[in-house]
Design a protein around this ligand. Sequence first.
Ligand SMILES: Cc1ncc(C[n+]2csc(CCOP(=O)(O)OP(=O)(O)O)c2C)c(N)n1
Ligand SMILES: [Mg+2]
Length: 670
Amino acid sequence: MTGIERAPAPNKQLPADRLKALHALMLRMRIFEERTAELFVEGLVKGTAHSYVGEEAVAAAIGPALSAEDYVGSNHRGHGHLIAKGADLARMMAELMGKREGYCGGLGGSMHIADLDLGILGSNGIVGASMPLATGAALVAKLRQTKQVVVSFFGDGAANQGVFHEALNLAAIWTLPVVFVCENNKYALTTPQAMTSAGPGVAERARAYGIPGTRVDGNDVEDVYFAFQNALERARAGQGPSLIEAETYRWGQHSMRANLRDPRPPEELKAWIARDPIKHVERLLVERGQMNAAEIEFVRAEVRNEVERAVDFAKAGTLPTSDEALDAVYAPLKDATEPASQGSRTLAFTEAIAEALHQEMAQDARVFVMGEDVGATGGLFQCTKGLFERFGAERVRDTPISEATFTGCGVGAAIAGLRPVVELQIFDFVTLTMDMLVNQAAKFRFMLGGKPTVPLVLRGPQGGGVRLAAQHSQSLEAWFTHVPGLIVVAPATPYDAKGLLIAAIRDDNPVIFLESKLLYVNSNGPVPEASYAIPLGKGDIKRAGTDVTVVATMAMVPRALAAAADLEKEGIAVEVVDPRTLWPLDEEMILESVRKTHRLVVAHEAWTRNGFGAEITALVVEKAFDWLDAPILRVGAPDTPMPFNDELERWAIPSQARIAEAVRQVLREV
Ligand SMILES: Cc1ncc(C[n+]2csc(CCOP(=O)(O)OP(=O)(O)O)c2C)c(N)n1
Ligand SMILES: [Mg+2]
């Protein structure tokens, strides 16, 4: 221990009642975990679970100090955190046994237990992930001025994640009410901290961000308690985040499942067991004359009974069904009615996006926007123009270049009750956010048994056409349509862009909203001035025809329409179907068109190989094979990253001519 801002604990003592309560709480954690380990061996607790035995003083000092409205974000070793925040042992145990009566209806398991009613944002199976989510919940508290505080628990191993640094930075610059609590048990799985972590310690890292970092004895409940009180007061007073590094030790292996080598020297483990945090409290209680041995034994027996009742409840639980699993993935979509006419006023694509944002922010105070340069600058492509002047810096937030964490902040804010619209400056940067989208946003509702909503929109420009080369020109929609839990929207006209963005913001699911750079520069079209929403999952026949169906997306829609106009001169009637939403997909519209034309071309800007077109092709082969008179052709990008050279970029992006040629070819086939 290097004495960085040590908590002024030694001469402070907790009142007797408080110490007794924390003792009982620690026993509940300990006995719950001991019983869980037995049930794991019996095969009743499945999968895996990570025992909190040895570390109980940390969560016990923190959970009861919080109000019911405060939030806790947890990690894989979360049972103690949840119990400390008030989770019911019976529902926890039922979840560990995969039962419907569990916190997640049997869909989440040990690493995903959460209950928003108790302010539990969730355990997390991804090391470090709870930190960005915590910044989001804290941002909601700050914007709503609720005085809620968010505690983010993580391990020493998680302090080497990029999101640790990003989240500390974000929390510091935005003065967010977060207390980061590192449970430093010296090991990450089997790797000692000394092998992986540079610098003097985790507490010192906080200092680099101007955040108070306090190192405490994590096995001394009073030491943790008083350090946490300081951090809590600071957060409540609106003075921003703190970090506490609690030195502690787990007694068991990394997890109940991992039968790996245990690199920990036996004498080290022995020394920490001798520093048992529960024995320590019991000694204090006896020394201070607050409890005697018989009274302690009585509490222990009561806790045992409570845990046994939890086990009985869990054993008697019922099994979730596959229908329940399927129903838990998406929040119900909302109805919407499109305007009768698109009117005569025209807007550019980017202006249509900006108008949707203006109108939604004006009508719903929960909507806010964040991203790089979205504030006074109005965004790299001006899609957020005028929002900052109209709605102010709190609701139109410039972010640091921390895509993972500001996207995760959006996920956390969505979970905690706002409706964030997060801009990715260029959609290729989505690679940096994948955990927050795929592991967090897409799965949160499901893992919690289908209850919470994650009304996040992640929007930004994708694709090529403006000579930004290989790392700024990709079309990656197939990654997202592959993931249950995400909605993927891909408009092709300013009219669709406005109505679909409004629908996306109102939707309760995480929405990936893709905008085409080619359409940014090349498309003006009619857009009604009044607000309107286009239902998600409803395609649009952009041109009716009888000979060939072209299913086209985004920038390929105008190219398909231009090709269709040319082909008409050759006597070919092309039907252009624009799905508009890639998931949910308007399958019936596509199938109906193919049943009419008997021929299909699919055109998108993305790579052909494993692209979204393969899904459309499979759909038609599976459900309308008998109606086809020719093989299906896909028109997409060749197998190359986007070249910089003008001619080569034009070669790589499917052209009107290539679409027309594909149409002619499917007509030549008999
Ligand atoms: C991003 C990610 N990488 C790796 C893992 C596998 N894993 C789970 S827990 C863990 C060790 C975490 O160590 P630490 O953060 O110190 O927490 P502790 O288990 O010690 O409480 C690892 C490597 C994971 N779940 N997520
Ligand atoms: Mg650790």
